[in-house]
Design a binder for this molecule. Structure first.
Ligand code: GRF
Length: 220
């Protein structure tokens, strides 16, 4: 007799925009051996295309519209209530364009990942592609990190790097960075679901050992 298989870790994705990273995760989660299940997609913008992508994939969606709340605390409280109801093992921020309060972030410590379009700790915040070009950097990329109270400052799990070309524009950089995002996020989510990465007191643990440097996706 075959043993019942254990339930897969559950994933809730939060997005605000077009949801191309969400799509990459949906596509990955359809692979037969993917070790997690996307149970819901939450959004702060009612018309976001990410919601459409989730609906197409028969994934439950919910909207907590930040415009309906008088303060960040009230918005985060409502979002937290939705998340608690669904009780996911992992929260994946995929282009979720709201700054979360300390209470929210602490409530989900070690359970929340974010993707950021720069080689952190360089260029936290917005407009990273323009800033990389203005600085004349030769390299740029993407980082995936555990979310802590410091904006874009949590311990970095993995990065992918691209070379900056002389004729690059913010748009061309965004395009190449996004290609890397779509490769890297499913890999890191997979690691989390397999129990390979954790947030320890001193940083990221990978297979139980402190990760001294972010994992690198090589893409020459
Ligand atoms: C990505 O570039 C990500 O790095 C940033 O927001 C963008 C989201 O894009 N945090 P999409 O909605 O996944 O297409």
């Amino acid at each position: 007799m075959m043993a019942d298989s254990a339930p897969l870790p559950t994933i809730l994705v939060l997005a605000s925009g077009s949801g191309t990273n969400l799509q990459a995760l949906i596509d990955a989660s359809r692979e037969r051996d993917f070790p997690g299940e996307i149970i819901a997609v939450g959004c702060n913008k009612p018309g976001a295309f990410a919601l459409e992508r989730a609906a197409q994939a028969n994934i439950k969606t919910f909207v907590v519209n930040h415009k309906n709340f008088g303060s960040r605390e009230e918005f985060d409280g409502a979002l937290m209530a939705e998340i608690r109801r669904l009780n996911p093992d992992l929260i994946v921020l995929a282009g979720f364009m709201r700054i979360l309060t300390g209470d929210f972030v602490r409530a989900f410590r070690g359970q929340m990942l974010n993707i950021h379009p720069s080689l952190l700790p360089a260029y936290t915040g917005l407009n990273t592609h323009q800033r990389v070009l203005a600085a004349g950097d030769s390299h740029h990329g993407v980082s995936i990190h555990f979310v802590t109270e410091e904006l874009d400052g949590g311990p970095v799990i993995a990065q992918a790097e691209i070379a900056v070309n002389a004729d690059d524009t913010p748009e061309s950089l965004a395009e190449r960075v996004q290609l890397q995002e779509h490769l890297l996020y499913p890999i890191v989510v997979r690691w989390f679901c397999e129990g390979r990465i954790q947030l320890g007191t001193e940083g990221v643990l990978f297979d139980g050992e402190i990760l001294n440097q972010p994992m690198r996706l090589s893409n020459s």
